[in-house]
Design a protein around this ligand. Structure first.
Ligand SMILES: [Zn+2]
Length: 367
């Protein structure tokens, strides 16, 4: 990063960065230098590792990995990839190299790293009882179409399977559409915004180059950031929303289970400014279950068995999320069945963390 100007703006931040994090309670005040890189505030990752009491670990090949307890975190200089236990997130800003230091943005610390690594310190959203499921497209809008699958059909089939599983867990489910009809994005958001105690899960499938494949989950880009892949970089006037911590917790819960269960390519938890995510007043994610344009994946996502697997993952993810944010020490007021409503694995999801310590699917959530 030669030529880039680094300005040490605050030599000492007495109260510790983590006091700023998601309204978190900080167990230890520290001294953190803040670096300004092109108008974005950064902190030294070595301060972060010592705050979490992390030590160097053997992690992903080609990455720098630190960890402790149940987490191993991997980063790469000048990249936006951020792995926690081999699940991929896309940072809002790249990790920067500064001399012998590596820096991470304060926004990513506040809006991603901390809520993921310390979900118990995040703001409790209270009990959620209702899930608004939003199968994307419909009617004259088919979404992505290929010889193997039509997106609007896969979205609806998958959403209906998720609905039945969630209802067996005891959730109330509101569908933005239950048939092949068209709704505007505004109508979809309005349904969620008028449904109390709810979260919003929009279900889509992708299209792209023939070789493109895998699962990705989007949440709204936080205040002051844009999509990592956007061309324009006007940070300051871009709003986030009140649910940033819940958004990333919900995305983590659903995405990690889907990757573990399907072994699909992990395209990561990403930030975006899709209109359904921008105007929603509920915790919200947009889940992309695979590429209809890929010959193998396109065929697979149209099958009943693959849809069952994805539906199990989404429903279990939602259940796990409800425990994380339950506002009652991680236990929600929700009554749920101890047996799983479908084919494989177990429904034990009492843990607070959404991330297993490995990619192998064990069906249980470990603390
Ligand atoms: Zn779509």
């Amino acid at each position: 990063m030669q030529g880039m100007r680094y300005i040490v703006r605050h030599l000492v931040l007495l109260l510790g960065l983590v006091m700023l994090l998601a309204g978190a309670v900080c167990p230890a005040a520290g001294k953190w230098e803040i670096y300004d890189v092109g108008g974005v505030k950064y902190v030294d990752l070595s301060d972060v590792w010592s705050f979490y009491s992390y030590s160097p670990k053997k992690g992903r090949a080609g990455f720098i990995s630190y960890g402790g307890g149940k987490y191993v975190v991997s980063v790469k200089p000048e990249k936006q990839d951020f792995y926690v236990n081999n699940f991929r997130y896309i940072l809002s800003f790249p990790v920067r190299r500064h001399g012998d230091k590596l820096l991470i943005s304060t926004i990513d610390m506040k809006k991603l790293v901390h809520p993921v690594l310390r979900p118990r310190f995040s703001r409790h959203a209270g009990v959620m009882r209702t899930v608004v499921l939003d199968p994307g497209h419909g009617g004259h809008d088919a979404g992505a179409v290929s010889p193997w699958a039509r997106e609007k059909d896969c979205n609806l089939q998958l959403a209906l399977k998720v609905k039945s599983r969630l209802e067996k867990y005891g959730f109330r489910v509101v569908m933005t559409r239950s048939t092949d009809v068209f709704l505007t994005l505004k109508q979809r958001v309005a349904i969620a915004n008028r449904t109390p105690d709810s979260i919003f899960v929009s279900i889509h499938h992708n299209s792209g180059r023939r070789a493109a494949e895998g699962i990705e989950t989007f949440t709204l880009a936080p205040h002051g950031t844009t999509s990592p892949f956007a061309k324009t970089r006007r940070y300051a006037d871009l709003e986030g929303n009140e649910q940033d911590s819940e958004n990333i917790a919900l995305a983590t819960a659903i995405h990690s289970r889907a990757i573990m269960s399907t072994k699909a390519t992990d395209r990561g938890i990403q930030r975006a400014r899709f209109s359904v995510l921008c105007t929603i007043k509920r915790p919200a994610v947009l889940f992309e279950g695979g590429f209809v344009s890929n010959p193998e994946e396109g065929r697979r996502i149209a099958t009943d068995s693959y849809q069952n697997k994805l539906a199990d993952s989404i429903a279990e993810g939602v259940l796990n999320y409800s425990h994380i944010v339950g506002g009652n020490g991680g236990k929600s007021g929700l009554k749920y069945h101890s047996t799983r409503p479908s084919s494989s694995g177990s429904a034990t999801t009492r843990g607070r963390s959404s991330l297993n310590s490995s990619n192998s699917y064990r069906g249980t959530t470990r603390l």
